[in-house]
Design a protein around this ligand. Structure first.
Ligand SMILES: Cc1cc2nc3c(=O)[nH]c(=O)nc-3n(C[C@H](O)[C@H](O)[C@H](O)COP(=O)(O)OP(=O)(O)OC[C@H]3O[C@@H](n4cnc5c(N)ncnc54)[C@H](O)[C@@H]3O)c2cc1C
Length: 471
């Protein structure tokens, strides 16, 4: 392992030659929140100027921090979900085995549950609105207000945010601490306009503790393009293959592309693999020009592979919300039989629409079932009724592809959770190295779970770094 270099660096305590301070790599929600929590605690512990006595710096490769936070929730920032910790924990994948990510995140989410997270921002002037589905947004409807609160807090605490500067390499020093090589953002992230970068070549810094909060691989235009994985791997950390999650589903020669833009509340999806039902979920679904999107399919996407079969259950009046596919099929047949008795001269497409299906979809399903435009309920054979039931409650499609890193919302995979202590977010392999946020191998459903986890793991890391600093 290299020794501390002679002459020190930008982060050395002047004259000491010893690594000093904490460097947070990545100015997203996890990194910024960790920075302000740590700096505030240091100020509180050591009196005035705590943060400057123990420098807390954030290194951000983009020209401005928090780019992904700004686009979150379509610019509205679904910051959290209004639910108890046990319920939240059921909404994370990752960690290899079912339940691993939940076990890993429990200490962080318990230490900073939804009320505690919202209270922190409320104390800094933000108000929140809880939507009926449990999603929590700033009442202003602006993600920029969340970022502004973080940046104002950072400025008031003397946290230095170095922008346009990319961590290139991190080396653990033999006597403790780290040597960090950082430099101006030479190559803009894919699809971005070049960011203003400071002049000068690579800079070397020595620091006592490091928090890697570089995010995942998705939406690289925001700056998160997977750098942190290489840095973690260079320090000996095992990785679980990072891959896009919360991704839209594409369907080759998509039959419903003409209906793009239609959305359904409480639809159902069944995923089949090799003829067997692998999982089934219900939620809100969006038909797109190229396939499916919306929370239902995004949340299920971590389980879906190219070539697999999905079956859609469209919501229909009288079919109980959240019904399993099998039950929904039986319920649909019974409802249709009943409708035939009540109004045999009703057109089939009108009957489908009066059950809540959009007109264009009703018409398409009739055509697909081989029924004429003028077919009445009385004219339906038993086979046609069964076929309609299949199309409404188990409409089949084959997945031709999943949205890639450019469009998926989060990353599944990342730093192996087994190599990180869930009580502190410290590496089990390298003392003084911490992780927070999406770089870790967890991925939450849509609904505020990912931002909450980023804030909570950042806060837990900050508390542990504080403990180490004061020791
Ligand atoms: C379109 C979209 C909408 C979303 N909406 C929501 C939502 O409403 N609710 C929700 O809970 N989640 C949402 N998410 C997910 C959520 O935004 C992320 O999970 C969260 O931002 C992760 O925070 P993070 O701090 O771990 O990483 P990031 O936010 O990705 O931040 C990492 C930072 O590290 C910087 N960085 C990377 N490499 C380096 C390097 N080598 N040197 C210096 N800096 C570096 C990056 O530039 C970036 O600023 C959304 C995601 C997307 C893409």
């Amino acid at each position: 392992m290299p020794e501390v270099p002679e002459g020190g660096s930008g982060s050395d305590r002047p004259g000491s030659g010893q690594p000093c301070g904490t460097l947070i790599i990545g100015g997203g929600p996890a990194g910024l929140f960790a920075a302000v929590r740590l700096a505030r605690s240091l100020g509180g512990q050591s009196g005035a100027g705590g943060a400057s006595a123990w420098p807390v710096r954030v290194l951000e490769r983009m020209g401005r921090p928090g780019r992904k936070l700004l686009v979150s929730g379509s610019g509205r920032c679904n910051i959290a979900h209004d639910a108890a910790v046990d319920e939240l924990l059921g909404c994370y994948g990752g960690g290899g085995k079912p339940g691993s990510a939940a076990r890993f995140l429990r200490p962080a989410l318990t230490a900073l549950d939804s009320p505690a997270l919202l209270a922190w921002f409320a104390a800094r002037g933000l108000a929140f609105t809880i939507e009926p589905n449990g999603k929590v947004f700033p009442s202003s409807g602006r993600a920029s207000d969340v970022l502004a609160a973080l940046l104002a807090e950072a400025a008031s605490l003397g946290v230095q945010i170095i922008t346009g500067c990319r961590a290139l390499a991190v080396t653990a020093l033999s006597g403790g601490g780290f040597l960090v090589e950082a430099g101006p953002e030479a190559r803009p992230a894919a699809g971005t306009v070049p960011e203003p970068a400071p002049s000068g070549g690579p800079e070397m810094m020595t620091v006592n503790t490091i928090l890697l909060a570089t995010g995942g691989i998705t939406w690289p235009v925001t700056g998160s393009s997977g750098d942190g994985y290489a840095l973690a791997a260079s320090l000996g950390h095992p990785l679980v293959r990072p891959r896009p999650a919360l991704a839209a589903v594409y369907v080759h020669a998509w039959e419903l592309s003409g209906l793009s833009g239609l959305s359904f509340r409480d639809a159902g999806l069944v995923l089949r693999r090799g003829g067997k039902r692998v999982c089934e979920r219900s939620g809100d679904l969006l038909i797109t020009h190229e396939g499916l999107s919306g929370p239902l399919v995004l949340d299920l996407s971590r389980n879906i592979e190219k070539g697999e079969l999905l079956e859609i259950r469209f919501p229909w009046e009288g079919i109980e919300k959240g019904s399993s596919q099998g039950r929904a099929t039986l319920e649909f047949v019974a409802l249709l039989d009943d409708a035939v008795l009540r109004g045999p001269r009703l057109l089939v497409r009108t009957a489908l629409s009066s059950g809540g299906l959009p007109r264009a979809l009703s018409q398409y399903l009739c055509e697909k079932a081989g029924l004429s435009d003028e077919a009445t309920l009385a004219s339906l054979s038993r086979a046609s009724r069964r076929e309609l039931a299949r199309l409404v409650t188990a409409f089949p499609l084959t997945v031709s592809a999943l949205g890639g890193a450019e469009t998926a919302m989060v990353t599944a995979g990342g730093v192996d959770l087994r190599s990180v202590d869930s009580a502190t977010m410290e590496s089990r392999l390298v003392s003084g190295l911490f992780f927070a946020g999406e770089i870790l191998d967890y991925d939450g459903d849509t609904g505020g779970y990912n931002l909450h986890a980023a804030f909570a793991t950042g806060a837990l890391a900050a508390a542990a770094i504080l403990g180490k600093t004061l020791r």
